[in-house]
Design a protein around this ligand. Structure first.
Ligand code: ADP
Ligand code: MG
Length: 227
């Protein structure tokens, strides 16, 4: 593990139980993610992309194998320590944006920061304003999500992921609910944030067209990383 290794996944397997049968979702997966990378995890629907992102994001536990985040073996942490690690080190972007409808854009971006009591109110405001500026939504801070287009909603979700100053942003099919113009804009924005702010991204997609845009591709098929 080098100093810039943010994520190390080693021999991770995960199955889901469906009635009497066990459905394997990941089989002995090994992946490293380094600081500054912009990686696409590409695979068909059902190939295990979300399962792998959930393991890396400490949302779910592997059956066997280990996940390290910045050298910390996640399997050794209790639930509280895992939530803190998730909150402080990882930003999440989802296919369906997952914004809270009754909150303004500003409040949505601020929400994950409220959990971290080390961040003062003034710093929260400054971080939210900066994140909204980074995604070009500063003039829409007081709007509610239903007053935004799909592309703008995803930009708000990106701002929410960035405001925590994460070491890694995980984006699970962030463009799947967008038309191709908006998809391209979202990818461009993530690429720009990667270049300008050195944000490390790992995003999943089933869209092979996005392959040419990234500096690293990981293919996954039937729960196995393929060359
Ligand atoms: P992807 O994100 O690439 O579409 P997933 O990681 O969601 O793939 O799913 C991988 C496999 O695990 C699929 O066969 C899927 O049906 C199965 N699976 C995922 N989540 C569950 C679950 N909660 N219960 C049962 N099976 C699941
Ligand atoms: Mg998925």
């Amino acid at each position: 593990m080098t100093s810039s290794t943010i994520v190390k996944v080693d021999q991770v397997s995960k199955s889901y139980r469906l009635g009497q049968v066990s459905v394997p979702a990941l089989k002995n997966v090994a992946v490293d993610i380094h600081g500054g990378e912009f990686t696409a995890l590409i695979g068909a629907s059902g190939s295990g992309k979300s399962t792998l992102l959930n393991m890396i994001g400490c949302i779910d536990n592997p059956d066997t194998g280990k996940v390290w985040i910045q050298g910390v073996d996640v399997g050794t942490l209790n639930d509280n320590a895992k939530s803190d690690l998730r909150n402080q080190k990882i930003g999440f972007i989802f296919q369906s944006f997952n914004l809270v409808p009754v909150l303004s854009v500003f409040e949505n971006v601020e929400l994950p920061l409220l959990i971290n009591h080390q961040i003062s109110k003034a710093e929260r405001r400054q971080r939210v304003e900066e994140a909204l500026k980074d995604v070009g939504l500063e003039t829409l801070a007081n709007n509610r999500p239903d007053q935004l287009s799909g592309g703008q909603r995803q930009r708000a979700a990106i701002a929410r992921a960035l405001a925590g100053h994460p070491v890694l942003v995980l984006a699970d099919e962030p463009t799947a609910n967008l038309d191709s113009d908006n998809s391209n804009r979202i990818i461009d924005l993530m690429l720009q944030l990667n270049k300008k702010k050195n944000v490390t991204f790992l995003f999943s997609t089933h869209d092979e067209k996005l392959m040419g845009r990234v500096n690293r591709i990981i293919h996954i098929k039937d729960g196995v990383i393929t060359p």
